[in-house]
Every structure is written in structure tokens, then in C-alpha cells.
Design a protein around this ligand. Structure first.
Ligand SMILES: C[S@@+](CC[C@H](N)C(=O)[O-])C[C@H]1O[C@@H](n2cnc3c(N)ncnc32)[C@H](O)[C@@H]1O
Length: 324
């Protein structure tokens, strides 16, 4: 992990727990703004956030977006991203979670367009994470879309990256070296393995110890009236790996506040802006529910490790559950 700037001191939990403002102010644990994102971002000082994370509109005609020509959409997104880069700390990260733009049945994978835009703005791509899930629309004239992408960029070559808080269970945690100087020692990291760059949901493996992240459909505990929420646990993994306690996490298209919740669950400060008032209201309610301990959510890391007794190597008698 490389860090060139210390995290700001975390404000006491009770101090301005939730601040609602059209503009940026520095006295908050959670700052929610009902505003156009570019207007809001222009009020945010340079180098404020350790992590900018968002799922922008995909320009596919959802109720919350104006559908425009792809070139115009990308020009607008470039301007938003330029502001996001300006407000990032030098060792900060930007994560853009995107799917496909579809026009007259033709598919335009948005990550293909966003990678060169990020590079043009001086960002460096660290991972193109595939988020795979089983649920979604069933296509009639092409294969059904079953993944989206998280582009993880950093602003520089020195950046915050903490693997330990996001490790997942080893498939064979008791496996040992059988020869050489380390003979008899565990061959894998006892804290678990790197989660890799394919994050998946397989309903059939729900209880089998696979560390999965389902998308938010009607039976998901986090579902609200928003048509395109991302799951809190998807952002939790990014928050834990790419920031430290007290850091600012900013979402320029915050919707119903999923990334704000992920940040607060782990003691980070959170800023979110959305143009749709109804979503900002729901985000406020969810933040309040979080502070009261009544938030409905699917906790990260509930995939427990249950030995079956038929494993090929000795398994550690432990459960994997990082919820705290
Ligand atoms: C894909 S959704 C984000 C959902 C969010 N990740 C969540 O979990 O709730 C995109 C959001 O962008 C917002 N939006 C669209 N145009 C905007 C603009 N010009 N400024 C701010 N927000 C905007 C929409 O209201 C919508 O909530």
C-alpha cells in the first residue's frame, strides 16, 4: 500500500451525521446533494476524495436520464470525469461501473469507450472487473447480458490498495507444501485469497461458500423504487480495498445512496449527488436507517465456509464472516 497523504480525522459519529446541501461543505460525515452533478462537482475542492465511485446513467432511456446521441453522452461523461479526477487525491482511485448502451438492438459496451476517456484524462487502468450475475432481461435476438464491468483507475502509480480486508476463502485452505524448504507449511495465505477480477453471483452456489454479489432485483433486501441500484456490498469491497477510515468517498450519481452506505459502514466520510429529488429522499431515509440500525441490506461476507467432510485436503475449522 502506498499513501502520500494522511486520512482526515473522522468526525465523531454524531457530528453532522447527515448534511443536506446543494454545494460542498467540509463539515460532514454524510453529505447528500440534490443537484446536477457538474454544478455540484464544481463546488468541491481539488484533492478531496480518496475514492470516486459511481454507476452513471447508461443512456438507455431509463426514467432518470435524457437519452442522447452516444457521442454527446460521452462528451458529457468526459466533462463529469474531468471534474472527478480534479477532486481526487493523487493516490486516489476512480471506479466507474458500467453496462451496455443499446441502440436499435446494437450493443455498445460502455467500458470500451470509457477506457480511452480515462487514459486521456491521465488515469491508469488497474482492473477491468467483470461483475457476473444470473438475473436480468431475457434477450430474444442476442444472448442475454449477464455481466457488467467495474473499471478501476488510479490517478497515479502510487495508490492505496489494501487486499487483506477483502480476501475471500481459499478453495483448499488447509493445503500445504509437500516438498522443498516450506514443506508442511500452508501454501496459501491463511487470511484467504485475492478475490480476483471476476465477481459473481451464482444462485445455485448461494450456500456453498462462494463469495458472491447478487444484483438488486425484486427479492433483494436492498431493493427500493430505483430501477438501477447497485448492491451495497459491491461498493464495500472497493471502499475497503481502496480507502482508509476517515477518507472521503464521493459518488457523482448517487441514486438512492448505495455507495454512501458502503462508505459509512466502514467509517469513511461520504458525499453523494443526484439530480432526482425522490432518490435523494430515499438515500436520506437509508442513511438514517443505517444510523438507527434498521437498514435493510444483504451484509458483505455472509458466504460462510461450511466443510462437508469430503474435502481433498484438511480444511480450517472456521467461518468466514467479516460483518462487523
Ligand atoms: C445508474 S443510477 C445510479 C444508482 C446508484 N448507483 C444506486 O445504487 O442507487 C444513475 C443516477 O444518475 C442520476 N442522474 C442522471 N443525470 C444526472 C445529473 N445530470 N446529475 C446528477 N445525477 C444524475 C439519476 O437520477 C440516477 O439516480
Amino acid at each position: 500500500m502506498n499513501t502520500d497523504e494522511p486520512a482526515a480525522a473522522l468526525l465523531p459519529q454524531e457530528t453532522h451525521a447527515l448534511c443536506v446541501s446543494q454545494e460542498f461543505t467540509d463539515d460532514f460525515n454524510v453529505l447528500l446533494a440534490h443537484n446536477d452533478t457538474l454544478s455540484f462537482l464544481k463546488t468541491v475542492p481539488d484533492r478531496t476524495a480518496r475514492l470516486v465511485v459511481s454507476s452513471p446513467p447508461y443512456n438507455i432511456g431509463k426514467p432518470y436520464e435524457l437519452r442522447m446521441k452516444l457521442d454527446r453522452y460521452l462528451d458529457w461523461q468526459r466533462e463529469v470525469l474531468r471534474e472527478c479526477v480534479r477532486v481526487l487525491k493523487p493516490d486516489g482511485s476512480l471506479c466507474w461501473q458500467v453496462g451496455n448502451h443499446v441502440n436499435a438492438g446494437e450493443v455498445f459496451p460502455l467500458d470500451v469507450f470509457f477506457v480511452p476517456i480515462g487514459q486521456e484524462l491521465g488515469l491508469r487502468l488497474r482492473n477491468r472487473i467483470i461483475w457476473y450475475f444470473e438475473h436480468g432481461l431475457h434477450a430474444g435476438k442476442r444472448f442475454s447480458g449477464r455481466y457488467e464491468v467495474v473499471l478501476w483507475f488510479t490517478r497515479g502509480d502510487s495508490y492505496v490498495f489494501n487486499l487483506d480486508p477483502v480476501r475471500v476463502p481459499q478453495k483448499y485452505p488447509g493445503k500445504r507444501y509437500f516438498k522443498g524448504p516450506n514443506k508442511g507449511k500452508l501454501s496459501g495465505n491463511p487470511l484467504g485469497k485475492n478475490p480476483g477480477d471476476i465477481w459473481r453471483f451464482l444462485e445455485s452456489e448461494w450456500d456453498s461458500g462462494i463469495w458472491d454479489i447478487p444484483n438488486v432485483k425484486w427479492n433483494h433486501p436492498e431493493k427500493t423504487s430505483h430501477p438501477a441500484q447497485f448492491p451495497v456490498e459491491l461498493v464495500e469491497r472497493l471502499v475497503l480495498a481502496l480507502t482508509r477510515p476517515g477518507d472521503v468517498v464521493l459518488d457523482p450519481f448517487v441514486g438512492v445512496g448505495s455507495s454512501v452506505l458502503a462508505a459509512r459502514l466502514h467509517g469513511r466520510r461520504a458525499v453523494g449527488v443526484d439530480i432526482t429529488e425522490a432518490y435523494v429522499e430515499i438515500a436520506k431515509e437509508r442513511v438514517t436507517a443505517l444510523h438507527r440500525g434498521t437498514l435493510r441490506r444483504r451484509p458483505m461476507g455472509t458466504a460462510k465456509y461450511h466443510p462437508t467432510g469430503n474435502e481433498r485436503v484438511v480444511q480450517r475449522p472456521m467461518e468466514w464472516d467479516t460483518t462487523s
